[in-house]
Design a protein. Structure first.
Length: 592
């Protein structure tokens, strides 16, 4: 017994010491990271900004404190981080050029790639050089890298160039195998978000709009690559038709897609030569992370700021956002509070509302619409659209003083729907569960998933959905200074590219975030101003505990295992936790 107690006490003591040591290590690490983040990066003369195009590009850089502590690399680049880093490099005389190294890289949309490419093009127009190199180039990466002065490829490498395709997923028959049906009420012949649960192929209207917007995106891609590489657009389309992905590397040079075939060490020698260095000299390199700590040359004015408020992800109703594990959301309760604070901030003279969302809860969208209207009474509001600002994303954009979109932004989709699962087949036929009921009124049990809706209930629901659609349409009409009838002609859930939306007056101007900021300054009559990004990062301690309690391991595994099927699966999980009345475009456009 004495030995037993001795061993137990030793174990407890060891555990306590381990916890103390681990806690001490974490605190020291956090202090080190805080000090490092607060120090500005000194740029050496004759430097190069080295950008590793790998991982995923999302709307905004989000540094995970838990990932930094554990050493786990997230492989995520924020579009804001990319553009800001390239802009600072352009304005810094000590930085002579950019080296792009292509890898397994993807972006949330071609609009994000287009914005990043414009930043690189602006850098090159300043007289500085860009060199791109890759073992292989994905189509999106090549689109980005084609802006470079020189594009080099590994002697055994590939350039993927095949055009665009959208391949929606349809789950009706899969759900039927489990005895599940989706009951839908919607407004808008083009409102196709529900088709994956109720059909087995694209409707004619959806096929029409999808064809239009992927062709619109591809026109922009081929036009810009054509201008940079001096290759006719027709030739680029011939290349795509010929599936040149499997061509011999030497052929890419004949096609003028590549300027040379080199190995990595040979490219480094070429960069040294560009900098006027000897072979033995070391290249002074900076990363995008380094550039975030490099001081910019923007006009500083603490009394006149333009706030850039980022809203991206699905639009949700408060606590429902908790179901969106590992995904950024636009929580109506949080956004409304933030916009109210910006309205009260005397130093903020204008707000750029940066939206990248395919929509979500119609109710939440209405709440944000109201808060934007309140904000607009006090200061100018300019919307900058990212990859998507459609359905609910357009709802919250409509009241702005001015709307700016990328040519390849997906927007519009003015329409709503309600979707409710009928689990009676699963429960009664598949599992043998029986139900009975008593009720005081004819429709007392409305909304239960244990039985299908009656014709009367569907009629009530349809009228409710129609009222929501009319309100959405009227909000757009008010914001765009159009009549309800004029909006109706371009609504019905129709998705447009930014280019097409500009032609039909849903968008005021084509361009990126910089264009929106310049417009906001003009509306606020500012000659000198600073910019401030919102929402501001959470305190490190809050972020650490929030991530530690997220318990998102299972969700990560599901996302990795299900791939393209993850989004519809996640939607089914979320529907019971938020309003079923949705203003959103197809859940996952699945554009490749």
């Amino acid at each position: 017994m004495k030995d037993f107690l001795k061993y137990v006490l030793a174990s407890i003591t060891g555990t306590i010491l381990s916890v103390i040591l681990l806690t001490t290590f974490c605190i020291i690490s956090l202090i080190g990271m805080s000090v490092s983040a607060s120090q500005s990066t000194a740029v050496k003369d004759n430097s190069v900004l080295s950008i590793n195009l790998s991982g995923v590009m999302s709307e905004r850089a989000e540094n995970s404190m838990l990932s930094q502590l554990t050493g786990k690399v997230t492989g995520q680049t924020g579009l804001d981080e990319f553009i800001d880093g390239v802009r600072k490099a352009k304005n810094n005389d000590k930085i002579k050029g950019i080296y792009l190294e292509a890898g397994a890289f993807s972006a949330d949309s071609y609009a994000s790639l287009q914005a990043a490419r414009k930043a690189l093009l602006d850098f090159r127009k300043s007289g500085k050089w860009i060199i791109a190199y890759g073992d292989t180039y994905t189509q999106g990466t090549y689109y980005l890298a084609s802006v470079a002065n020189k594009v080099y490829l590994n002697p055994q490498g590939q350039i993927d160039w095949h055009g665009l395709a959208s391949q929606p997923i349809f789950l009706k028959d899969l759900l039927a195998k489990f005895g599940v049906k989706m009951q839908v009420a919607k407004v808008g012949i083009y409102k196709s978000a529900t088709e994956e649960f109720t059909g087995d192929k694209m409707s004619d209207a959806n096929r029409e709009q999808t064809t239009a917007y992927i062709k619109g995106i591809w026109r922009n891609v081929t036009k810009e690559v054509s201008e940079s590489r001096n290759i006719p657009i027709a030739t680029l389309n011939d290349y795509a038709d010929s599936l040149i992905t499997f061509a011999a590397p030497e052929d890419y040079m004949k096609m003028k897609l590549a300027d040379g075939l080199l190995y990595t060490n040979q490219v480094k020698l070429l960069v040294k030569k560009q900098l006027g260095l000897e072979q033995k000299d070391r290249i002074n390199q900076l990363t995008l992370a380094d550039m975030s700590n490099v001081e910019g040359e923007d006009a500083e004015n603490d009394d006149s700021k333009i706030a850039i408020y980022y809203a991206y992800g699905s639009i949700v109703d408060g606590a429902a956002g908790g179901m969106f594990v590992q995904e950024h959301t636009i929580d109506a309760q949080v956004v409304c509070k933030d916009l109210e604070e910006l309205a009260d901030d005397k130093d903020v003279k204008a707000v750029v509302f940066r939206i990248n969302s395919g929509g979500g809860s119609a109710y939440a969208s209405e709440q944000i619409w109201h808060q934007v209207m309140e904000l607009k009474k006090l200061k100018p509001v300019v919307v900058s659209m990212g990859g998507m600002a459609a359905s609910g994303g357009y709802y919250i954009a409509a009241p702005a003083n001015w709307i700016v979109a990328e040519p390849t932004t997906l927007t519009g989709s003015i329409g709503i729907f309600g979707m409710f699962p009928d689990l009676s087949g699963l429960l009664t036929e598949k599992l043998g569960v029986k139900f009975d009921e008593v009720k005081t009124n004819r429709n007392s049990s409305f909304g239960t998933p244990m039985r299908p809706f009656s014709a009367e209930e569907i009629a009530y629901l349809g009228r409710y959905i129609d009222r929501g659609y009319q309100l959405f349409r009227h909000r757009v009409a008010e914001g765009r200074k159009m009549t309800d009838d004029q909006v109706e002609k371009i609504a019905q859930g129709h998705v447009y590219t930014g280019e097409d939306a500009y032609r039909i007056r849903l968008v005021d101007q084509l361009g990126g975030l910089d264009v929106a900021i310049a417009k906001a300054a003009r509306l606020a009559k500012l000659s000198a101003y600073g910019t401030q990004n919102y929402p501001q990062p959470k305190e490190w301690i809050d972020q650490l505990f929030e991530e530690a309690n997220a318990n998102n391991y299972l969700d990560e595994q599901l996302r990795a295992g299900l791939g393209d099927f993850y989004e519809p699966f996640a939607l089914m999980k979320r529907l019971s936790h938020q309003t079923a009345i949705q203003a959103r475009m197809p859940y996952f456009p699945n554009i490749h």
